[in-house]
Write a protein that binds this ligand. Structure first.
Ligand code: NAD
Length: 369
């Protein structure tokens, strides 16, 4: 593995107004590596309330004023716009690219397939093409010496690629060619496209299969957030598969710590016996490796919402809970085998579920009440 120092690096972060992207940008600013230039891109679409994305962006602006060692630039635009992406690569000469921009969500892909093809396939393709062309000619980067092209492309895949995998925990050695949603199919396609580009153009690529990320300023389309909105409004929450669901919930700061570590260790470029490059390519699971029963999760969430004052002390939780069958595209369990990430990057999530949900509940009160 090649170690990459973040000092003085120019980094492209797509999906920077998103839940994980904004948290990652904040973490990178706080790390305050001298001379780091962080360029965020996001089209700030309205898949969920864009005011939440604006809130995250405003926080990043504030943070950037506190960390003058890091240059922060934000560009509003789509990764599916090839001219925009080419222009940014020409202008900034990125050393590291982190692609988190995507149309997320499993259920929405059933009713809005176009959005997934556009962002997850066409958008990712333009990122790969731009990485490929970053090696065209050696360019002088002034004080920074010669520009080497992109040294590491890190991109978001998803636990959903495991589909109905029966074997647990889910390992990156398991076959994942039976996606059960278009979203999962696009994420698996990203891994395949990245492999081909790694092989053809020697681009060091690492795909990360995220497992259900939750936390403050999270995504309102995700179950824990939707449950919170509904409980607060006095509506009934619907718990799928009669509650027989397990999810490997991962707190956002833990995920971000893992991504920052991965950014700094790229798969090595090596030649095979035929003299041609072996693809500098890796895929990891990134998650808690400790699945929680959905009913327990909801129970702790409800307790923390009461504690934070989002729900009243006498809230009748049982009266607002309905157990219903499984939904199309859903899977009964997600459980990450993260031993490879632990071995290669020393990544180990630290945040207990109750603590993570407490921080979410407190943020929710501050933001909405
Ligand atoms: N949150 C999770 O639990 C989870 C789980 C598995 C995988 N992921 C993946 O992690 C990544 C980040 O997820 P998130 O939870 O932060 O989601 P998010 O929706 O909050 O963030 C994605 C961001 O990408 C932006 N975007 C979408 N299409 C774009 C385009 N064409 N050009 C530029 N920007 C675009 C959106 O506006 C959004 O701000 C995504 O790739 C997602 O598929 C997330």
């Amino acid at each position: 593995m090649e170690h990459i120092s973040l000092k003085g690096k120019t980094i492209l972060l797509t999906g920077a107004a998103g839940f994980i992207g904004a948290a990652l940008a904040g973490r990178l600013m706080a790390q305050a590596e001298e001379g780091m230039c962080l360029v965020g891109v996001d089209n700030v679409n309205d898949y969920y309330d864009p005011s939440l994305k604006e809130y995250r962006l405003n926080r990043l602006e504030e943070l950037s004023t506190m960390h003058p060692e890091v240059t922060w630039e934000f560009v509003r635009g789509s990764i599916a716009d090839p001219e925009l992406i080419r222009g940014l690569f020409d202008r900034y000469q990125f050393d590291i690219v982190v692609n988190l921009a995507a149309q997320a969500g499993v259920r929405y892909s059933i009713t809005n397939p176009d959005a997934y093809i556009e962002a997850n396939l066409i958008g990712f393709y333009h990122i790969l093409e731009a990485c490929r062309h970053s090696y065209d000619g050696i360019q002088d980067k002034g004080e920074k010496g010669k520009y080497q092209g992109v040294q590491h492309l890190v991109y978001a895949s998803s636990s959903s690629v495991y589909g109905g995998n029966k074997k647990i925990p889910f390992s990156t050695d398991d076959r994942v060619d039976n996606p059960v949603s278009l979203y999962a199919a696009t994420k698996k396609s990203n891994e395949l496209l990245a492999h081909a580009y790694a092989k053809l153009y020697n681009i060091p690529c690492t795909g990360l299969r995220f497992f259900t990320v939750y936390g403050p300023a999270g995504r309102p389309d995700m179950a824990y957030f939707g449950f919170t909105d509904k409980l607060r409004a006095g509506d009934t929450i619907r718990i799928f598969n009669y509650g027989n669901c397990k999810r490997d919930f991962t707190y956002v700061d833990d995920i971000v710590e893992g991504v920052v570590r991965v950014m700094q260790g790229a798969p090595s470029r090596m030649a095979g016996e035929d003299g041609l490059p072996l693809p500098p390519y890796a895929v990891y699971n990134i998650g808690n490796s400790n699945p929680e029963n959905l009913l327990d999760f909801v129970d702790i969430l409800q307790q923390e919402l009461v504690r934070a004052g989002v729900l009243p002390d006498d809230y009748d939780f049982e009266a607002h809970k309905e157990l219903v069958p499984m939904q199309p595209g859903d899977v009964p369990i997600t459980y990450a085998d993260t031993s490879a990430l632990e071995r290669d990057y020393g990544f180990h999530p630290q945040t207990p579920l109750r603590e993570g949900l407490r921080r979410f509940a407190e943020w929710y009160r501050e933001f909405y009440l």
